[in-house]
Every structure is written in C-alpha cells, then in structure tokens.
Design a protein around this ligand. Structure first.
Ligand SMILES: Cc1cc2nc3c(=O)[nH]c(=O)nc-3n(C[C@H](O)[C@H](O)[C@H](O)COP(=O)(O)O)c2cc1C
Length: 366
C-alpha cells in the first residue's frame, strides 16, 4: 500500500510521491495596483506548509492568463511580466520545502467577475467593480450576466495568452503546468454543447468544440520544455446526461464518453496527465458518494490509456492508496483535506508505513 509514496517520473520530471495538492483558489492576492495578481507572503506560507507537509507536488491555484479571466479580482495572475518575480519566490518556497511546484493556468470565461466566497460569492456587476465576461456563445451561467460571444480573433488572443502565461510560469521556476479546462470555466464552456452553440470551426461537432483546448495545448507545448509535464484538468462529465429527470431532460451535455475521446486527443497534443474532476458547467445533481468522481477517473484511465490523477472526496489514506493499487489512478489530488491539515500527506505516510518528508531516520508509524 505504499505506491502512493513512490516517485512518479513524467518526461524528465520526477515527482517524489503521488499525493498532490489540488489547485484551490485562496482569493488572497491584491485586486488592484502594481502587485495585483502577484503571490504574497500568505501564498508562500500556505503552499510551503503543504509542501513541507509532504505533498509530492503542490499545484498553485487557478492563475489568470488574462485579467478578464480571473474568477475574482483577488485571484493570482500571470498575465504580465511584472508578476513573474513574485511567482519565482512562491515556486522556490515550494521547491525548498521538497515538493515539485506546479501552477494551474486558467480563464474563467462566463464564470469570471465573482465575489470572494466568504463575501457571499455570486457575480459582481460592472457597476460594482466587476467586468464584462466572454464565452463561446452568449449563453449565461444561470443567474449570471450574459457573456459576449468571442470572435475568432479573440479566441486566438486567449490561446496566445495561455502560451505567454506558460512562458512566464517557466521563467518563474514552475515545473508542471496545468491547463484548467474544467468546472464550467472558459475551456469547459467550449467543450460542452450546453454552453457552446457556435456554428463556426469552434462549435458543433466534438472535434470543433475541442479545438480551442487542443490549440491551447499546442501553444503551451510550444513554449514549455519537452522534459516538463503538462497536465489537463477536465470535468469528466457535466452530470446532466446521467440525471436526465432531475436535470430537466437535457439531452446534450458533456459526458464521460466525450472525455475519453478528448483525453486521447489531448495526449497527442502534448498533455501527459488528465486531472479528472467533474461538474461546474451548470447546476446539476451530483451523486453523494465518496467515489462520485474517482469512479470516472478510473473509467477514463482504463478507456483512454492516458495517465490520470483522481480527485474528489479523497480523505482516507488507505482509500487513496487503494486507488493506485487497483489501477484506478496514477496519483491523487487532495483538496479540502489539505486545507484542514497541511500535513495530510505526512500523516498518510505514517498510517501506511511509508516514508514521508523529513522522516528519514525516525519511525513515525502510528
Ligand atoms: C476553496 C477551494 C478552491 C478551489 N479552487 C480551485 C481552483 O483554483 N482550480 C480548480 O481546478 N479546482 C479548484 N477547487 C476544486 C479542488 O481542486 C478539488 O478538485 C475539489 O475540492 C474536490 O477535491 P476534495 O474533495 O479533495 O476537496 C477548489 C476547491 C476549494 C474547496
């Protein structure tokens, strides 16, 4: 049961174990001024604590590739060269504590311009300091403002922004870059026919809806070194087709079958691992089971043949280890359990009789 604590080498990068910190927005950057979007001392302490707590990889939260692509005004960003030096400090703090520093590059699309969750969440109107949002089509997330449908030129600009942000992430010292194509944000909203009703080369067929994701992968791979991994986070399903009745008999949505096809294409375009999340595109009924999402990760891995990280409601070290032992996943991302306990990974190592970080000569077994 100790595979969880064995290294994983992807391309030329060795990640010391397979317990990874899931990207989680902390909405704690400055919202304006020359330090907007830059990691500060809070981010250093937050990520370094979890790195020292034993995670093999710490994935820095959703980081805007453009200012317009931030979920909230308080998100991290890498849309400008001036943000590189603060990210360099953060990447270095994570490395110094023994983990591989990764960063999730994101554009929130029609779900941008939100209030911070502890101030109630919800969209911030332009009149209240928010900003206009963009999406594949002018189809709003229920209750949010109508986004503007992107022109083909704007799609090209956002693809280029992803590459520029990846170049900055590389300069900052991150070793893994993750493209956020989940949770109803911009790329996911292109993938799903519920939010993409375009009739040009970016809408319609699965191939057309996936086009922007593959273009982003190509553009990022163009600047990201061959020896460093690129991950793709997707929502394996919109949870709409599975729950026809409770979700209003919508027939067209993003499904696990679509995710399997996308994963294969993504691998051909340089993605090394699929980070298999789910949902977020529309309000939908999601099953209340601990394996609600890891089940899909296992299906995705088995059917696509692509490396997969499982995420979602993984809180028990033995259950996490089993996901690897039974071939469901190659690694696990831990989210909320790591917010509660920065040393979740080291505690898991102790429970499993494996060696955690800083545990070389002592027996920490419980
Ligand atoms: C506070 C918070 C912020 C999050 N921010 C992000 C994010 O920036 N990017 C992302 O892909 N997922 C984000 N998520 C989702 C988590 O990465 C994770 O997939 C989810 O919480 C399920 O895993 P868990 O059950 O281990 O928490 C966030 C979740 C939480 C609780």
């Amino acid at each position: 049961m100790t595979e969880l604590f064995e290294p994983l080498t992807i391309r030329g990068t060795t990640i010391p174990n397979r317990v990874w910190m899931s990207p989680m927005c902390t909405y704690s950057a400055l919202s304006e001024g020359k330090e907007a979007g830059a990691p500060n001392d809070f981010h250093l302490a937050h990520y370094a604590a979890r790195a020292a707590g034993g995670v093999g990889l710490a994935m820095v939260e959703a980081t805007g590739v453009t200012a317009q692509g931030r979920i909230s005004a308080y998100d991290l960003g890498l849309w400008d060269d001036t943000q590189i030096s603060a990210h360099r400090r953060l990447a270095r703090a994570i490395s110094d504590a023994g983990s591989i520093p990764g960063i999730q590059l994101a554009h929130a699309g029609r779900k941008a311009s939100m209030e911070r969750p502890w101030f109630g969440g919800g969209p911030v109107a332009v009149a209240d300091g928010g900003w206009d949002t963009v999406a594949p089509s002018s189809v709003a997330f229920p209750g949010y403002a109508d986004p503007a449908a992107m022109t083909v030129a704007e799609i090209g600009d956002v693809v280029a922004a992803w590459a520029e942000a990846a170049r900055r992430a590389l300069t900052a010292g991150y070793q893994v870059v993750e493209i956020h194509a989940a949770h109803g944000y911009l790329l996911h909203s292109f993938l799903s026919p519920l939010s993409n009703i375009r009739t040009d080369a970016y809408g319609g067929s699965l191939e057309n809806r996936a086009r922007i994701v593959l273009e982003v992968l190509d553009a990022v791979r163009n600047v990201w070194p061959t020896e460093k991994p690129v991950f793709l986070r997707i929502s394996s399903t919109d949870w709409v087709a599975e729950n026809q009745e409770s979700n209003g008999n919508v027939s067209e949505a993003w499904t696990l079958e679509d995710s399997i096809v996308l994963s294969r294409w993504a691998r051909e375009h340089g993605a090394d691992l699929i980070d298999a999340s789910s949902g977020g595109l529309v309000p939908a009924k999601i099953p209340h089971r601990d394996d609600y999402q890891t089940f899909n990760a296992a299906q995705l891995k088995a059917s696509s043949g692509v490396a997969v990280a499982a995420v979602g409601r993984i809180t028990d070290p033995v259950a996490a280890a089993q996901l690897l032992e039974n071939g469901s996943a190659d690694a696990v991302f831990i989210g909320r359990a790591l917010l509660r306990d920065a040393s979740w990974a080291n505690n898991a190592a102790a429970v499993l009789g494996a060696r955690g970080r800083f545990m070389h000569q002592y027996d920490y077994a419980v």
